[in-house]
Design a protein. Structure first.
Length: 149
């Protein structure tokens, strides 16, 4: 009978620990580089992106919940991404040659971010125009406390 109660208490303890670990809510530390940038774009908004070549973008490559962000450049034509390049350690740029899962799907730019490119490997690639993020809004100035003058 002692063994039964000991086993029962141990089992309840293990279930409680397992439940506490799976109920953990994600924090900012748990998020990846893409979600952090996406939140900043959502909070502040971004200016329109004109046609041209931009050497100050971030290329985000996501696979599942993992993301890697790289410095890069891209060409924009008619409001769409025409080509993407990742910056190499030697300062040169390498063209991203991933095959899209769906042909002829334009990568439109909305609010400073491109729509995702879904690759044959199920990766998602976005271009983030970080220099187009609107500046942080100024905060309110608090009024002075009353005095006995």
């Amino acid at each position: 009978m002692k063994n039964f109660f000991t086993t029962l208490v141990l089992l309840i303890g293990l279930v409680a620990v397992g439940t506490a670990q799976t109920a953990k809510t994600p924090t900012a530390d748990d998020s990846n580089c893409y979600t952090k940038w996406a939140q900043k774009f959502q909070d502040r908004g971004a200016e329109d992106v004109a046609d041209g070549t931009y050497a100050d973008v971030i290329i985000s490559i996501r696979s599942g919940s993992d993301a890697e962000c790289y410095n890069g450049k891209c060409d924009v034509k008619e409001g769409k991404i025409a080509a993407m390049y990742i910056k190499m350690e030697d300062g040169n740029y390498e063209l991203i040659k991933r095959k899209a899962r769906y042909e002829n799907v334009p990568l439109l730019i909305t609010n400073g971010m491109s729509s995702p490119l879904l690759t044959m490997e199920s990766d998602l690639i976005n271009v983030l125009f970080v220099k187009k993020i609107k500046p942080k809004k100024a905060g309110f100035v608090k009024a002075a406390e009353p005095t006995d003058d």
